[in-house]
Structure formats: structure tokens, C-alpha cells
Design a protein around this ligand. Sequence first.
Ligand SMILES: [Zn+2]
Length: 255
Amino acid sequence: MKNTQLASYFLIFSLLGAKQFAQAADPATADQPIVAPAEALSRLKEGNGRFTAGNPQHPHESADDRKRMATDSYENAGAIPLGMTSEQAAKRRAELAKSQHPFAIILSCSDSRVPPEIVFDEGLGDLFIVRVAGNVLNDEGLGSIEYGVEVLGARLIVVLGHQSCGAIDAAMKTVAAKGKAPGHIQSLVTAIKPVVIATPKGDLDTMIKANVKHVVDALRSSTPILKARVDSGEVQVIGGYYTLDTGAVTFLEGK
Ligand SMILES: [Zn+2]
């Protein structure tokens, strides 16, 4: 083992503590259930379905009152509540304090109208999330996603764009004007610019979806960690588009 490799393993070991690193190295341990990509995607679709139906269950965080509310309300009549008693919620927090096993990774925009836990109706410990305007991929974001896969065992990565994305709009306008955005906002423009150049006649919606696809492709081909796992089918990277008007996420499935 090279010294640099050794150093990086030591760093991960230090960050995680011995127990979690051992679990990460052996994902088959009983307390780190691996959720397959297809099952993870189903869970996200079900959660978004609850959200758009006005029937969110706020898993893992509910107190008795919330559970009663979920069971008794007109909107939730007949629904099986995912909410917990306050004792169960406390137990969940205690478990999470020891380790986390999120079932999906989301790279989404910072936009205040698209918080992943809310739009997918998920709770504490469910989603490992990277948020940056325009859902662009930078090295720190990529490192975070690799950590989510390698160490935490998540097997589905969703790149989530959304209707009326201001970052994409700003990039289109800045590139069209051959201008420069103020301050560090320009770094977002620089990240999105290749998509704008490659999609010359695209409107904002087309560009938002093209940007999602661009980031999905970048993740799928990213070496040394993600590509091999994607090629083997162990990890799936998929694009999504959130419609502000309806709350629905459409998954841009396929290659
Ligand atoms: Zn946005």
C-alpha cells in the first residue's frame, strides 16, 4: 500500500471511528442494510406521491400528536401512518447518533422551494444530501457523494433539477450577454456554461433538464469510485425534475 493511500485510509478511519469503518468495509453487516437502487427509487416515488397528495407522513420524526393527526385527518383517512410515537422517535435519534445508513443520495439545487426531505417525505437518517445552486457538481460535492456510496452504503444517486431554476437562468443570461456574474456567482455560471453552449436553442426548461443530464453523465463516468459501481449495476445515477406548480418529481429514467 502506498503511503498516500495509507494516509487517506487513516484519515477515513479517524473520521469514522473504527466501528463504522469496519461496517463500511463489510457492507453485509446486519446493522447496515443495503437498499438496492430500484427499491430506493420506489421509496422516493412513494414519498413524493404522499407529498403531492397532501398526505406527508414525516417519517421518523413524529410525536404522538402527529401520529394521531395523520391517522385522523380527512386527507389521511385510511392511510397507514409512518409516524412514530415520541418514544420511537427518541429511539431512532439514539440509533442515528451511533451511525447512519441513508438509502439514497440527492444532489439538488439550494432553492428554498425544493427541500429534498420535504418533497420526498423522508425523515432523519434517510437521505444524504448535497445542495448547491443549479445542482452543479464540484469536487467537494463529488467527494461527499463518494462518501455516501463508499462509506455509508447508499446505492441510488439522484440529481434533482427543478422548474424556474434561477441559477440556470442566470447562467443562460450571462453567457448570452457574454458577461460576468458578480462575485463567486460566476463560478456557478462557469459550471453551467458548457451545457448552455451545447444547447444553443434551448429554453430554460430544456436547459434545466440538459444540465441534470450533464451532471448525471459526469457522475456515471466519474473515476475511480463511481464508474465501476455504476457499470456493474450496483449503483444507479438518475436525473429528476421537480415541478414547482404540482410538487411532483419526474424521474428522467434511462441512459
Ligand atoms: Zn435552482
